[in-house]
Write a protein that binds this ligand. Structure first.
Ligand SMILES: [Zn+2]
Length: 345
């Protein structure tokens, strides 16, 4: 399937360099932050992506949940537009580094072939559309390829895995998805955007997997059997994800990897344990990697994009095949992107 051109006795670093690697969830500093072309304080900048062999990163226009009213919804929408525009601005060449905005799965593969860093876009928190579904098309126009339905706190589309009593949240508001949330999924399908179920409640996740015409993804979550946290997926959810053809992108958040986990204590082995568990339960085709760097991700051994090859070293040492590693690092996510592209109206 993959002509990776590496020897059978896998050299993990050579394999890592040959892969089309995709990190499915990265945050950006806002409203301002270090220049992405400089190797600075960010866990992900373009020099670190180059050093760490990350082909394409999905950068999220994240809007925090606040109390819902017309003014706060407009502000959230405008913030998301401004963030998407800023992320698009990363697609340029400076000195020795070239970055390019990627829109489709093929664009991501081509960026890798051309030696150009891929910059892909997403919106995190459906609160960014308020109750106006037409805003989704505007996000798509700016290149967004997925919408994370909620963040922490319920919104008009769905219940969150982590309600916010400080914002007036009851434990459950919609019982999963709202009617508007179901309609939003229909619009996402029409636009070729993926439905990201990271952050939504268990019921909302299961309903989204059924409501979406194309497979849903969690761009940054871990597994509950190894770490009982509401942001993680239990076995029933993992099975539902497999049944719809989706992927869970295991994330680098220490507290999701180990109960009470601290970043300096959690290791690459802990991270790969979650990959192992999910892959054994639902198959390698349904598992991937999304760091949540600059949004809470990062632990000893994978503190920044520059250290990404450490994951490949651990995967190879556990005997994963080149095809499996290629799937985990991007091919699985690209498969779901292609399905969404093919189904778009
Ligand atoms: Zn998140």
């Amino acid at each position: 399937m993959n002509d990776l051109n590496v020897s059978r006795t896998t050299d993990p670093l050579a394999l890592h360099r040959a892969l089309t690697t995709v990190d499915s969830h990265i945050d950006i500093p806002w409203p301002t932050g270090p220049d992405p072309f400089q190797d600075g304080a960010r866990r992900v900048d373009l020099p670190k992506m180059r050093r760490g062999g990350i082909g394409t990163g999905f950068f999220a226009a994240y809007v925090p949940q606040v109390r819902r009213d017309a003014a706060s919804e407009t502000a959230a929408f405008e913030r998301a537009l401004a963030m998407l525009t800023a992320i698009r601005g990363m697609g340029r060449t400076e000195e020795t580094i070239s970055a390019r905005v990627t829109d489709t799965a093929d664009d991501i593969v081509r960026a890798k072939q051309n030696g150009v860093v891929g910059v892909a876009l997403a919106v995190e928190n459906g609160f960014a559309i308020g109750t106006d579904l037409s805003r989704l098309a505007q996000f798509r126009k700016l290149g967004a390829r997925y919408l994370t339905l909620t963040h922490n706190g319920h919104n008009a589309l769905a219940d969150s895995a982590i309600p916010r009593p400080d914002l007036g949240d009851a434990p459950v508001e919609h019982g999963g998805l709202s009617e508007l949330g179901v309609a939003a999924i229909g619009e996402l399908n029409r636009l070729g955007m993926l439905v990201d179920v990271a952050h939504v409640s268990r019921d909302a996740m299961l309903q989204a997997a059924k409501a979406s015409k194309t497979p849903v993804v969690s761009t940054h979550s871990c597994v509950r059997a190894l770490c009982d946290h509401p942001r993680n997926m239990d076995d029933f959810q993992l099975d539902a994800l497999r049944d719809c053809g989706g992927v869970i992108q295991i994330t680098a958040v220490a507290g999701f990897l180990r109960p009470g986990g601290k970043a300096d204590k959690v290791t690459v082995a802990d991270f790969v344990d979650h990959i192992d568990y999910a892959a054994r339960r639902i198959g390698f085709a349904h598992v991937g990697i999304g760091s949540d760097f600059d949004g809470g991700g990062g632990f000893s051994g994978w503190r920044s994009a520059a250290e990404s090859a450490n994951l490949t070293v651990e995967l190879v040492s556990r005997g994963y095949s080149e095809e499996e590693v290629a799937g985990l690092w991007g091919e699985n996510f690209l498969r779901v992107m292609r399905l969404a592209e093919a189904a778009a109206a």
